[in-house]
Design a binder for this molecule. Structure first.
Ligand SMILES: Cc1ncc(COP(=O)(O)O)c(C=O)c1O
Length: 394
């Protein structure tokens, strides 16, 4: 396999493992176990003296194809496919900490991710400090002698704030911590955390990688040493493995990732530009626009815009609900990265469990709405927003 393939080629051919039948599409190996030719062969496999699969909780051929394809795209040496994005996040963090360790995480995290570091980890004696991740000085101030892990997502959900990944990675190296980046919002096409110095990257493959609303999945990627020393045993013995059927679905999904993300980004940009000119809209946050507060950092660390748009309606919750209810093509759903355009009101859905104060810290108001662009015709989507806004008072 050529390492020099460009992403669109990697995503169609990378990691392919053809069986003796020479199938065009990747095969689904729906098997729990594997048989050995002899007792000696089983012994050698268990000793690690021969290559091959042992048990589907450890690894299996369809999952292996998905992992190898993701490694190629990400520039990672090794990966583990997980049953969901949260299985990837929790495994990536918990596999490398022990009681007495400390985590520093950006406070603008997807709700379940925040629960893992803020609520779950302390139950096992791992303390966590949440910081406003946009300012590097906050990371530095939060570091303790026992800090082992830095964790962030960028751009963040839902307000699309951006964190300086290279800056946080440099600090992590200085203090001997490992930086884990949740790269879901950027997609593997628009941001390469490992190239920016991060040590571990995680995805919810449920989002753009499947991108067609079919299955949950996740993946943890890093160098071989980190996986061997941290994730390997944790993964085998706690069992977050992905189903081979889902690995197959994701292999099919990922083939069209660049085509979908291109159209989604175009639709998101068109909607952002349209909304910015509407009297009912107080502000639009879109990583591809020059008026994003961190436009310079975005230009430095991302190669594309975003498939998501956040915006604030002047009329608060009533206006947000009226807009969502009036949309005809764009559907109300808290998922994202789908080929169908989706919209959600974070204050009453994805971020409802945060206190009013925590929501305000993250810039989520009663009028904040998050749009996840689909792959529909841009004109139809803009026209849908235009007709729906007629139901919203300025
Ligand atoms: C940024 C981010 N990280 C992690 C997850 C968790 O992924 P999953 O739902 O596949 O477990 C999500 C979405 O749900 C997300 O938006």
């Amino acid at each position: 396999m050529s390492k020099n393939w460009r992403p669109a080629t990697q995503l169609v051919h990378g990691g392919t493992l053809r069986s003796q039948y020479g199938e065009t599409s990747e095969a689904i190996f729906l098997t729990q176990g594997f048989v050995y030719d002899s007792s000696e062969a089983a012994e050698a496999r268990f000793k690690g003296e021969t290559d091959g699969f042992i048990y589907a909780r450890y690894g299996s051929p369809t999952n292996d194809m998905f992992e190898k394809r993701m490694c190629m795209l990400e520039g990672a040496e090794d990966a583990r496919a997980t049953a969901s994005g949260m299985a990837a996040v929790s495994s990536a963090i918990l596999c490398q900490v022990k009681a007495g360790d400390h985590i520093v995480a950006a406070r603008a995290l997807f709700g379940s991710c925040r629960w893992v570091v803020e609520t779950l980890a302390p139950r096992y004696g791992v303390e966590c400090t949440l910081v406003d991740g946009r300012d590097l000085a906050n990371w530095e101030k939060a570091v303790r002698p026992n800090t082992k892990v830095f964790f962030l997502e960028s751009p963040t959900n839902p307000t699309l704030e951006v964190i300086d990944i290279a800056g946080v990675a440099r600090l992590a190296d200085q203090v001997g911590a490992k930086l884990v980046v949740d790269n879901v919002f950027a997609t593997p096409l628009f941001q390469k955390p490992l190239e920016l110095g991060a040590h571990v990257v995680v995805y919810s493959a449920t989002k753009h990688i499947d991108g067609q609303g079919r299955c949950l999945g996740g993946v943890v990627l890093s160098n071989k040493q980190w996986i061997d020393e941290n994730l390997h045993d944790y993964f085998r013995h706690t069992g977050p493995a992905m189903s081979p059927f889902n690995a197959w679905t994701l292999l099919k999904g990922i083939e069209t990732l660049p085509l979908r993300v291109k159209q989604q980004t175009e639709n998101a940009r068109r909607v952002a530009d349209f909304l910015a000119d509407q009297p009912q809209v107080a502000r639009v946050i879109y990583p591809g626009r020059r008026d994003h507060p961190q436009a310079d950092l975005i230009a430095k660390q991302m190669s594309g815009g975003s498939t998501l748009v956040a915006f604030e309606l002047k009329g608060g919750k009533d206006a947000a609900f009226a807009l969502q209810n009036a949309l005809e093509i764009v559907r109300i759903s808290n998922n994202l990265g789908d080929s169908k355009s989706l919209i959600t009101h974070p204050a009453t859905t994805t971020h409802k469990n945060l206190s009013d104060e925590a929501r305000a810290e993250l810039g989520i108001s009663a009028g904040t709405v998050r749009y996840s662009a689909g792959i529909e015709d841009s004109d139809d989507i803009v026209e849908d927003f235009a007709q729906a806004l007629k139901h919203v008072r300025a």
